[in-house]
Design a protein around this ligand. Structure first.
Ligand SMILES: [Fe+2]
Length: 272
């Protein structure tokens, strides 16, 4: 996938500043669900942003891991949005968000089993065929694990990408959060992920509790996550990177300053 440089999540708070100031930024990531449907103000802004910047779509409703059938209406709406704004790519999360008609409004982790892989692979293939392109799936943060899991998260992701021929949106904050919550070395995670599968990187802030971490997206990127991002730059090279901020949203200039840290860290890597 093309390296789009350094981007930010597209948030309504910043629409006017983006369109009036035209900041120097590599791309915006729009939340798919905010722009589905035929018209309205959000789409009006999205079209204008798209006219000036590369754009990627990031969804939360695919529920790829659910045992419910794929939501055809949702997929049709995503495809229509794709045709309208021509994003560089489309991503969602490797999770399930509900079952039996109940929406948990949360990104729940999956058991890392052969059974999960067998469930996920044809669903991903079907979506990719329908959309006419490979999708990116993001590793999620989690607070529980399953007794059934018989492989590591990184082994599971690697197998999934190989079997479904999909790509990864590697969230470095989520790797770090899970390494603390589930007691593993995050470097082992990064080392196991094949370079060619990582098409985008997320960075975000979290909230540290005494013995675990909550993935909050409401604070600056934490030092250990920056450190891990340095290792990711070394391992994966120049990959489109963005900072997610979903609460306590700062003015655009402040986020651009934080994004510059990522830019400088990537630039410190020797050219391959
Ligand atoms: Fe993320």
């Amino acid at each position: 996938m093309k390296n789009l440089g350094f981007g930010l999540g597209l948030r309504p708070d910043h629409y006017d500043a983006i369109l009036s100031e035209r900041p120097s930024i590599g791309f915006f990531e729009a939340l798919t669900e905010n722009y589905l449907g035929a018209g309205g103000k959000p789409l009006h802004y999205l079209d204008q942003v798209r006219a000036e910047y590369p754009l990627v779509l990031h969804g939360v409703s695919l529920s790829i891991g659910s045992t419910q059938p794929l939501n055809r209406d949702y997929l049709k709406a995503v495809k229509a949005l794709k045709q309208r704004v021509q994003p560089n790519w489309i991503s969602d999360h490797l999770c399930w968000t509900g079952t039996d008609g109940v929406n948990l409004h949360d990104l729940m982790p999956l058991p890392y089993t052969e059974e999960s892989l067998n469930h996920l692979v044809p669903r991903i293939q079907e979506i990719q065929e329908f959309l006419g392109e490979r999708i990116l799936l993001e590793n999620v943060s989690s607070y529980v694990s399953y007794r059934h899991s018989h492989m590591t998260e990184w082994h599971f992701l690697t197998e999934l990408c190989a079997r479904a021929d999909c790509l990864l949106l590697l969230d470095i904050n989520n790797v770090y959060v899970n390494s603390v919550n589930h007691h593993f070395d995050p470097i082992d995670f990064l080392r196991a992920i094949p370079r060619q599968r990582v098409a985008q990187i997320h960075l975000a802030g979290h909230e540290r509790q005494e013995s675990f971490i909550i993935d909050t997206h409401d604070a600056p990127v934490a030092d250990p996550v920056w450190e891990l991002y340095g290792s990711a730059c070394e391992r994966f090279g120049a990959v489109s990177t963005m900072i997610e901020r979903d609460a306590n949203i700062l003015p655009l200039e402040a986020l651009l300053v934080e994004l510059d840290i990522a830019r400088r860290m990537m630039e410190m890597q020797p050219v391959a």
